[in-house]
Design a protein. Structure first.
Length: 165
């Protein structure tokens, strides 16, 4: 015996298929109005679920990253500091250094866009599925000092991204 819409939505929530649950009514309307076949609608329903999960995972990674704002390189005023090493920054934006397990350190006097660049690269890394922990340099030093005092240095397995102020 077929389930009612309410039972179906309840079953989808029980199965933790919130993306499907949220989109099922719209997909059912597409089939009923002959805009798409059942198989096409079901395929899109599965894609709705995959999209929801991907978005939620990315949101969780962003929330855990320590980033407080979503800065991008597109927002960077390159003319503000013409001495910015544009090629090097764009190379860092590929996140290849992360995959190669290398470090990147941004050095320079205050007001030279180091924090903006670091936050933009950290955001790109999150968007590409990497775990990120962003800390300002003074926060990182405090965290490392506290970990050493508590005997936890090196035990967390965390990688830190830092920017000087």
């Amino acid at each position: 015996m077929p389930m009612s819409r309410t039972e179906l939505e309840s079953a989808l929530r029980t199965l933790r298929l919130s993306g499907m649950s949220a989109a099922i009514e719209a997909r059912a309307l597409h089939v009923a109005s002959h805009e798409m076949s059942f198989l096409e609608a079901f395929s899109r329903l599965v894609q709705d679920e995959l999209d929801r999960r991907s978005t939620r995972l990315q949101d969780r990674k962003y929330a855990l990253s320590g980033l407080t704002e979503r800065r991008t390189l597109a927002e960077l005023d390159w003319s503000y500091n013409p001495r910015l090493p544009r090629r090097d920054i764009l190379e860092l934006a590929t996140c290849k250094f992360i995959e190669d397990r290398e470090d990147a350190i941004l050095l320079g006097p205050p007001g030279t866009a180091k924090s903006h660049v670091a936050k933009a690269i950290a955001l790109l890394a999150v968007e590409r599925g990497h775990r990120v922990l962003y800390r300002e340099a003074h926060e990182l030093i405090e965290d490392v000092t506290e970990a050493r005092e508590l005997g936890r240095s090196g035990s967390s397995g965390r990688s830190y991204g830092a920017s000087s102020c």
